[in-house]
Design a protein around this ligand. Structure first.
Ligand code: GSH
Length: 255
């Protein structure tokens, strides 16, 4: 049994999609990141970076004590090795998949996350539009560049790392499928090969099942007070604020 510490976001879906693809048994634990669940002592023991997703595998590959893991890329790579699915075991084909898997982790996820932040969240926090302009331009430009990288790759390959569906695809899809909503509604016209791949990967039953896990949590309506807490918790982090959030969570045993 694998415990998954989760909130329905692109990084969370990577793990639930992989678990569905591999047919592994798992239990989902709510980490409401807008409420501050990521600062509880129990969660920080598993994920010291106060980010979800994280897992505990009670029957790890190779035996031994339960294995805790954070970082969606490491989790998915581990599950691929454990099951022998979606990642070649050795040689050049393995590294061609890992190249695109790490590309996602270092590029598409962070750049699209920042573009989303500056375009869709920061305007609710920062009054002066001039303060937002550089962030919007920088990260939207990077996302546009990365779409071109994927589109060129997918023009000559069915999947990101070549002919076969792999962890590179299932790590990238949860972010890529949000491009139209988060960036602009003409993105698919500019990148038709990317659109073909988004539709093809999105039609996989396991991808749909993983994407749907606890969808309703993310659709809850927040009160203005809850929205205020969410902004403070998510968008005002520093070493000092994280330390005090940890202390607060420990005191209140936030669940
Ligand atoms: N590189 C990490 C990123 C994880 C991440 O940023 N998770 C966000 C939600 S998508 C989170 O837990 N945020 C909580 C916070 O900012 O305190 C991964 O891929 O696992």
């Amino acid at each position: 049994m694998i415990d998954v510490y989760y909130w329905p976001t692109p990084n969370g879906w990577k793990v639930t999609i992989m678990l569905e693809e591999c047919g592994l048994d798992y239990r989902v634990h709510e980490i409401d990141i807008g409420r501050g669940d990521q600062f509880t002592a129990d969660f920080l023991r598993i994920s010291p970076n106060n980010r979800m997703p994280a897992i505990v595998d009670h029957a790890p590959a190779g035996g031994g004590a339960p294995l805790t893991l954070f970082e969606s890329g490491a989790i998915v790579e581990y599950l691929a090795d454990k099951t022998g699915r979606f990642l070649p075991v050795s040689g050049a084909p393995r590294y061609k998949v890992l190249e695109w898997a790490y590309w996602q982790m270092a590029n598409l996820g962070p750049m699209l996350g920042n573009a989303n932040h500056f375009r869709n969240y920061a305007p609710k926090i920062v009054d002066d539009p001039a303060q937002l302009a550089y962030g919007i331009r920088r990260f939207t430009g990077e996302v546009d560049r990365l779409c071109g990288v994927m589109d060129a790759q997918l023009a000559v390959n069915r999947h990101l790392a070549g002919a076969d569906y792999s962890i590179a695809d299932l790590l990238s899809w949860p972010w890529a499928m949000l491009l139209e909503r988060l960036i602009n509604d003409t993105v698919w016209a500019d990148f038709p090969h990317l659109k073909r791949w988004v539709d093809e990967v999105g039609a996989r039953p396991a991808v749909q099942a993983g994407r749907a896990v606890r969808r309703e949590w993310g659709e809850r309506q927040l009160t203005p007070a809850q929205e205020q807490v969410r902004r403070e918790v998510l968008f005002n982090q520093s070493n000092a604020s994280v330390r005090s959030a940890r202390a607060m969570a420990a005191k209140m045993a936030v669940k």
